[in-house]
Design a protein around this ligand. Structure first.
Ligand SMILES: C[S@@+](CC[C@H](N)C(=O)[O-])C[C@H]1O[C@@H](n2cnc3c(N)ncnc32)[C@H](O)[C@@H]1O
Length: 240
């Protein structure tokens, strides 16, 4: 195939009007900044990444389907998305609401050390949050019927059936097993052209490995992109 044709194929599964590389100063965007100020106390995500998540997600607005976050903590990030997208969509929040499980061997020494250093400023009680925090913040975002599913992913995700499919899947669960479990159970429910955000792709080795292992094992050709130098994601290709 000529270079020209192969380029055209690449474009066909990139979202329209989306500049993948960096450079946009999202702190000048009043809507995204307002969302951050509303929900900042319920998220561990800083303002730059928060606004970049919103803008990236917004470029998939034309797609039908639910917005799903696996690994919500107190729910501030998905509340920001819900506030932006409004109550006509479905929102699903999956979390143990008991904090992170122990990392596995494959997550590496750094992950194990993180979980033992309980006085470190970013420990946050092992990312423990209550389901009430998540419920309250979704109500503040104007969503009365968010589906908030408490439990370990291995128990909850195999039973998850997302009506209308998933337009945006936010994975924010740090470890290999958690990320793999999300992909094994929810990837098939992402609509073609849908967006999968991989919050921890650069942060935790286990997350990165799980994404690569999953894509390879399933013979998938999705490419990992970086939105505005801040948000790793891929776009689900239509089946070939
Ligand atoms: C870094 S926090 C999520 C941060 C959040 N998205 C925000 O906006 O700040 C990771 C979350 O993943 C959840 N988690 C990780 N692995 C899990 C699993 N296997 N089952 C259920 N919850 C899990 C933890 O309980 C924790 O709340």
């Amino acid at each position: 195939m000529s270079q020209r044709n192969s380029n055209r194929n690449v474009q066909s599964y990139r979202p329209r009007r989306l500049s993948v590389s960096g450079g946009v100063d999202l702190l000048k965007h009043p809507t995204y900044c307002l969302a951050f100020s509303k929900f900042r106390s319920n998220t561990l995500i800083g303002i730059n990444d928060f606004c970049a998540n919103l803008r990236l997600a917004n470029s998939f607005r034309h797609l039908p389907g639910a917005i799903v976050e696996c690994g919500t903590w107190k729910g501030g990030m998905i509340a920001g998305l819900a506030w932006l997208f409004g109550p006509k969509r479905s929102y699903y929040l999956f979390d143990s609401y008991e904090g992170l499980p122990p990392p596995s061997e494959i997550d590496g020494e750094r992950a194990r050390r993180w979980q033992t250093e309980k006085n470190a400023p970013n420990y946050n009680d092992n990312c423990r949050a209550s389901i009430e925090d998540a419920r309250n913040v979704m109500q503040r975002a104007g969503i009365r019927d968010a589906k908030i599913v408490k439990g370990w992913f291995e128990d909850t995700l195999p039973k998850a059936s997302i009506e209308d499919g998933i337009s945006i899947l936010r994975m924010d669960a740090d470890w290999y097993d958690s990320t793999m479990c999300i992909l094994e159970n929810l990837f098939d429910q992402v609509v073609p052209g849908g967006c999968v955000i991989i919050d921890d792709y650069y942060c935790w080795d286990g997350c990165c490995r799980a994404v690569h292992d999953f894509l390879t094992r399933n013979n998938r050709l999705e490419r990992i992109n970086m939105y505005n130098d801040r948000v790793p994601f891929f776009v689900k290709r239509p089946e070939s």
